[in-house]
Design a protein around this ligand. Structure first.
Ligand code: CMP
Length: 138
């Protein structure tokens, strides 16, 4: 059954002009791009989005990085979208990412890892609702 997930092309990938190549890889893998918008988010917005990581040692660096430049916020749809996008992205740390994955191809480090994808149905629902209004997904 078609499922939606939330994804971000992160500021590092946008800065390096990898956006088009990453979207092509997502498109070719069979995802529908339900919605996409470019944004420059504030540190406060990043903190709200990553609230689950509040208190972790990398939280401040992560939210500073995510608010360091433009990014692309996306809602993607396909059968098994959440797991399939995680597989297509590869491991969080690009040093451990499999050949051909987006992070292997485009990520520079654990923090500057090119792309975000929701890890479960409840987080996908939270993340989509955090960045998109219902009318943007009709
Ligand atoms: P993402 O999938 O967006 O979710 C949280 C992000 O935190 C993750 O990608 C990484 O970019 C980052 N992250 C996770 N673990 C660490 C870590 N140990 N050090 C720095 N950044 C991390």
């Amino acid at each position: 059954m078609a499922q939606r997930t939330f994804s971000i092309v992160k500021p590092d990938a946008v800065r390096k002009h990898f956006t088009g190549a990453i979207l092509a890889q997502i498109d070719k893998a069979g995802f529908q791009i339900v919605a996409i918008k470019k944004a420059s988010i504030s540190k406060e917005q990043a903190k709200g989005f990553y609230a689950v990581h509040a208190g972790k040692p990398f939280f401040d660096a992560l939210t500073t990085f995510m608010s360091s430049g433009p990014l692309f916020l996306m809602v993607l749809e396909k059968d098994n979208a959440i797991a399939d996008l995680r597989k297509l992205m590869g491991a969080t740390n690009p040093a451990n990412a499999e050949e051909g994955t987006i992070r292997k191809n485009f990520a520079g480090s654990l923090q500057e890892n090119a792309i975000h994808g929701s890890d479960a149905e409840d987080t996908a629902a939270f993340e989509i609702g955090y960045w998109f209004a219902g009318y943007e997904l009709a």
